[in-house]
Design a protein around this ligand. Structure first.
Ligand SMILES: [Zn+2]
Length: 485
């Protein structure tokens, strides 16, 4: 099969003979590896996949050809859970969870590392410098160790301590910086004799693709309605969409494409901002303050590709506050037994909002990708262990922000569904369709927070149904919501 490096913005092409001299094109954008899929032997492709173990290398025909035995540690082949507890709590009937925390170093980035490092070894790279987020640096350290290639990593100041310890244990040389981009320019001399790995390397994207290929494979090559993914540099979302488009092109997908729901934290959300402003370009975030540095990417290199993917997929990008991440981590852990990293919790918090707003319908099929393990940050585990919940926590977890506002509206006066819809729009700027309003009301009713009163209209003698708070609903509103709205 013919391969070529192609710039993601100006379409400049580079021959696929060895590694790229420079990871970015002259226009400043990253390259992707493009396959001539017309020359791919499509016969019995599914049978070929099925004949191999569940792992990244199961999808050989859709990966760059490697002529050596790959540097592999059993990455990929992660479990796709059919959710019961979490789906019920947030109001979804068909929720699947792809648990990437069971990869060798605890994150999805191992998928990229196996492809990148195998290629590096094949072409004779003698030393690696990795300048990237914590998870990717850890993966590159581990796979370099396995390949016997010396490795130095540059980590962001404030990165979770366990990630630093992991990289050191894999015998990488570890440096810290507050600005990953400036390191690249200051290392010009060293880079002349080393291979540079950043999140823009196209071989990483090829490895990340396999997470989506596995999801589609598990679902018998039928797309879910939605795939949820946290957005940092935009590399994972770029890979997701590349995988979907490739299997569509070769005729593996049975029908329809998934929509992508991306999630970012609101204190550092340059891609979400560009999406909201209908812009093609990403404006880097200059000032931001984050508790979890590994999920904040102020100048995302794959940003324009992430935007393109979300738009083409008729998806959405939502933002959430960092404060909600701890709650989301706890909710996932207690309902499914999966301890997620904060980045993965971004997606869960946005999922709760998307269901709450009626963006994701309750009978739609949703795949939620847990990108990495919460075990990498013991202080976060300690924080979530201390989270206290109301005495009937399971039922109240479903009370998202729209429901809280509905309770506030009904605390003032009884109203019918249409009246609530009008109040939400006029006072809170929340536009929700009427069927979604009735779903919220049905939930609140089933928990016993609201009641339906039938009122006689004296003049017309017609009856009218209005919703109001029950006594319990009034108490609940006073105790748990009134001060937090
Ligand atoms: Zn270019």
């Amino acid at each position: 099969m013919n391969l070529i490096y192609k710039c993601t913005r100006c379409s400049r092409r580079e021959a696929y003979t060895t590694l790229l001299e420079r990871t970015l094109c002259r226009c400043g954008s990253p390259y992707l590896i493009e396959y001539d899929l017309n020359t791919l032997d499509r016969s019995q492709l599914r049978e070929k996949f099925n004949s191999r173990p569940k792992s990244v290398w199961r999808y050989l025909e859709l990966l760059p050809p490697i002529r050596i035995s790959p540097i592999s540690m059993g990455e990929g082949g992660t479990y796709l859970h059919s959710s019961r507890g979490l789906g019920r709590l947030i109001g979804l009937r068909k929720l699947y969870i792809k648990n990437e925390s069971t990869n060798p170093t605890g994150a999805f980035t191992d998928r990229g590392a196996t492809v990148e490092i195998s290629r590096d070894l094949e072409v004779g790279v003698s030393r690696i410098i990795c300048i990237a987020s914590g998870n990717l640096s850890v993966s590159i350290s581990a796979y370099s160790a396995k390949a016997g290639i010396p490795c130095s990593v540059y980590l962001k100041t404030g990165v979770e301590q366990v990630k630093v310890l992991q990289a050191l244990a894999y015998d990488a040389e570890v440096f810290f910086t507050s600005n990953l981009e400036s390191v690249i320019t200051s290392l010009t001399q060293e880079l002349a004799s080393c291979h540079l790995i950043t999140s823009s390397n196209p071989f990483l994207i090829e490895g990340y693709k396999t997470c989506t290929l596995e999801v589609l494979d598990e679902l018998n090559w039928v797309s879910p309605d939605w795939i949820l993914i946290p957005v940092g540099s935009g590399s994972h979302i770029t890979a997701l969409w590349k995988a979907v488009k490739e299997v569509e092109e070769i005729g593996l997908l049975k029908d329809g494409l998934p929509s992508i729901l991306g999630g970012q934290i609101n204190s550092c959300a340059p891609i979400a901002e560009a999406y909201k402003n209908n812009s093609e370009d990403i404006k880097p975030t200059s000032t931001f303050k984050v508790i979890f540095p590994d999920i904040a990417e102020p100048n995302p290199i794959w940003g324009h590709m992430a935007l393109k993917a979300v738009r083409e997929s008729s998806g959405e990008i939502l933002t959430v506050s960092q404060e909600r991440l701890l709650e989301a981590i706890k909710l996932l852990a207690k309902s499914e037994g999966i301890l997620a990293e904060p980045a993965a919790a971004v997606s869960l918090a946005t999922l709760i909002d998307a269901v709450d707003l009626g963006l994701i319908k309750r009978d739609e099929t949703v795949v939620y990708i847990v990108t990495g393990s919460g075990m990498k940050d013991p202080s976060t585990i300690q924080s979530i262990a201390e989270i206290k919940t109301f005495e009937r926590p399971n039922q109240f977890k479903r009370i998202g922000s729209t429901k809280k506002k509905i309770l506030e509206i009904l605390d003032k006066k009884p109203l019918h569904g249409y009246g609530i819809q009008r109040e939400l729009a006029n006072h809170y700027g929340i536009k929700v369709k009427l069927p979604t309003i009735y779903e919220h009301l049905s939930d609140l009713y089933s928990i016993g927070l609201i009641q339906l009163s039938v009122l006689d209209r004296a003049r017309s003698k017609r009856t009218q149904k209005k919703y109001s708070l029950t006594d319990f609903g009034k108490e609940f509103y006073k105790r748990t919501i009134q001060n937090t709205l």
